[in-house]
Design a protein around this ligand. Structure first.
Ligand SMILES: Cc1cc2nc3c(=O)[nH]c(=O)nc-3n(C[C@H](O)[C@H](O)[C@H](O)COP(=O)(O)OP(=O)(O)OC[C@H]3O[C@@H](n4cnc5c(N)ncnc54)[C@H](O)[C@@H]3O)c2cc1C
Length: 409
């Protein structure tokens, strides 16, 4: 079949590669350079263990404290609040226990095999790009409370391997970390990519090498004929195809609305600070759970990334959010060299239940959505690409697609 994949972030790129591999004539349409939007600046975590949704019972008790702290992990742009309310209400609804377990299982299905799948999909190109070696959560004080207890139960039930760390055990894992961080959890089966942009670009190169086509253009909407979508209208003309995959990240909502599909998608804007010559490096991917951000040792320096900002994706960035990350990181690694620090902001395409939107449009079943991967698009991408390919080929899906269906809200 002739297939158009719109959006060359990590989701579109890997889906295009897998579709091409299964024999289709695939064209990837991207308005920017491939991989330069959200897939550029993320923390690169590949965490098979990531199966605890953010909406949990008891979470509301933590949120006021985060709001009160100008350097805290959560910021809401009040001007944007009216537009965000339906999403925020649904987020609250998703914190009910039965929904939490449902979402946790669906997260585990997507993320569990991510490293194995990347290695098999990338073959020899995975070497030097995908690193195993684990990741670690650290705290200054042990966190007790309902959300931590539930998180532990979920991980145990899902069979996630976790090693608790106390006191000097934390510094044995990462000798450069300040000794005040004396509680931790080691996830030995996690990993990360050392360069998220190179990961997407490598996949696009592999796609082109096997006959995939890439067009640089801005998709403006569907082309209809006789009640059927037969292609997409771009700024430089129309492109026709039998099937279309919409993998436009946070912009997915626009195309869905043009087809009359209602999806709940909110920009959870996040920031990173890239330190090209950090002096000290974390020994492995590390998450500070007191302030909810992470540091990743990357091939071009150390990346400090995190924070959630509920705002308009097109609003100007707030550099003070990135400066807060830097401040917290220096408390963990006092010898960090911050010279040449670069700030970046990107919009996580987030849904209230922490699950992506993967499946056909209700009005145009030949259009498949693959966006809304929120905090975990890099780790969810291989399974998403497999699922997209199976749905297009009408083959047995690798995981139950029901939890990700576009009309679930
Ligand atoms: C600070 C931060 C840290 C993160 N850390 C991690 C992490 O450690 N691990 C992890 O798994 N995830 C992480 N994420 C999330 C991850 O980055 C995203 O889930 C993922 O990049 C989404 O990929 P995507 O391909 O859907 O979107 P994008 O990368 O945004 O790609 C969408 C593409 O569609 C194109 N596009 C949009 N509209 C059009 C149009 N009309 N016409 C043509 N092209 C169009 C865009 O230009 C873009 O290239 C993090 C995110 C942030 C912000």
């Amino acid at each position: 079949m002739k297939i158009l994949v719109v959006g060359a972030g990590i989701i579109g790129a890997l889906s295009a590669l897998q579709l091409r591999r299964s024999g289709h004539a695939v064209t990837l349409i991207e308005r920017d350079e491939p991989g330069m939007q959200c897939s550029y600046g993320n923390g690169g975590a590949l965490s098979p263990d990531f199966c605890v949704p953010f909406a949990l019972p008891g979470m509301m008790k933590r949120i006021p404290r985060w709001f009160a702290d100008p350097n805290g992990p959560l910021f809401v742009d009040w001007r944007h609040l009216p537009k965000s309310l339906p999403w925020l209400f649904e987020w609250l609804r998703q914190s009910k226990l039965d929904k939490v377990w449902h979402n946790a299982r669906a997260m585990r299905a997507l993320h569990g095999p991510c490293i194995d799948l990347y290695e098999s999909m990338l073959g020899e190109k995975a070497a030097g790009l995908i690193e195993r070696g684990g990741s670690v959560y650290v705290w200054k004080t042990p966190k007790a409370g309902p959300t931590e207890t539930l998180s532990r139960t979920i991980r145990e039930t899902m069979g996630v391997q976790v090693v608790p760390l106390q006191g000097r055990q934390v510094q044995e894992i990462d000798p450069n970390l300040h000794p005040s961080y004396c509680n931790g959890l080691l996830f030995p089966n996690n990993g990360h990519t050392v360069n998220p942009l190179r990961l997407t670009q490598t996949i696009v190169d592999m796609f082109v090498a096997i006959g995939g086509a890439v067009i640089r253009d801005d998709v403006q909407g569907p082309v209809w004929k006789d009640g059927k979508v037969i292609g997409v209208q771009c700024s430089q003309g129309s492109n026709l195809a039998e099937r279309m995959v919409i993998a436009t990240g946070i912009r997915g909502k626009t195309f869905a609305a043009q087809l009359g599909d209602h999806v709940l998608l909110q920009a959870e804007r996040g920031y990173h600070v890239m330190l090209p010559d950090p002096g000290v490096r974390p020994a492995l991917k590390i998450s500070n759970r007191d302030h909810m951000f992470g540091l990743a040792p990357m091939e071009n320096g150390v990346r400090i990334g995190g924070t959630v900002e509920i705002s308009d994706p097109d609003a100007p960035m707030r550099p003070e959010r990135a400066r807060s990350l830097l401040m917290h990181a220096r408390a963990m690694y006092p010898d960090l060299n911050v010279e040449g620090a670069e700030f970046w902001m990107g919009s996580r395409p987030s849904t209230p239940d922490c699950l992506p939107i993967i499946g056909p449009s209700a009005r145009a079943p030949n259009v498949l959505y693959a966006f809304g991967h929120g905090h975990s698009g890099v780790m969810a991408s291989p399974m998403t690409a497999q699922l997209v390919t199976a749905l297009i080929n009408d083959a047995a899906p690798p995981v139950d697609p029901t939890p990700y269906r576009p009309d679930r809200f």
